[in-house]
Design a protein around this ligand. Structure first.
Ligand SMILES: [Zn+2]
Length: 168
């Protein structure tokens, strides 16, 4: 099956957002981020895993039916899967296409991997990382100056309801 036919394996959407060129394996995390956002808990989402791609080997794809994606959601997706393509769809046509760039600053979502960093030794310090090498996706902690690769970083992102356990 050629790559363009594979896109039909999950249904075409009339309106909404297609997230394409997702690194294989990142799709479920992206769906989790979308469903954790207030107002999107019930959004209809199609998830395709391990599609063959001429560009990148295997890729995942996510289609969000009838909902735009707020900037906060795109920001979180950019952390876990920078470089994905975001396509806005209306009337079955792609009306806008952007490549999601990694953030320049990561505020309050990253965890510093330096155990002695003040963000880990003291509570209530909002973490902040700035991009030092955007191509290599490297970020520096503003508190301890250590530099980390984005893919090695841990993020505190909203979790979907099913992970929260029993309501208190
Ligand atoms: Zn630090």
């Amino acid at each position: 099956m050629n790559p363009s036919n594979q896109h039909l394996l999950i249904p075409k959407i009339e309106s909404g957002v297609v997230i394409d060129h997702i690194t294989a394996g990142h799709g479920p995390r992206i769906v989790e981020i979308i469903h954790a956002h207030p107002g999107l808990e019930k959004a209809m989402v199609s998830l395709g895993l391990n599609y063959g791609s001429t560009k990148q080997g295997l890729k995942d794809m996510v289609k969000v039916h009838d909902h735009p994606l707020p900037a906060a959601v795109l920001e979180q997706i950019a952390l876990v899967s920078p470089g994905v393509t975001i396509k806005r769809v209306e009337g079955f046509e792609v009306i806008e296409r952007i490549v999601l760039q990694p953030p320049r600053t990561i505020l309050g979502m990253g965890q510093c991997r330096n155990p002695n960093c003040v963000t880990n030794t003291e509570g209530a310090v909002t973490t902040r990382f700035v991009a030092v090498d955007p191509k290599a996706l490297k970020f520096r902690c503003c508190f301890c100056e250590r530099v980390f690769r984005l893919r090695d970083m841990q993020f505190v992102l909203p979790r979907s309801a099913w992970r929260k356990g029993c309501p208190r």
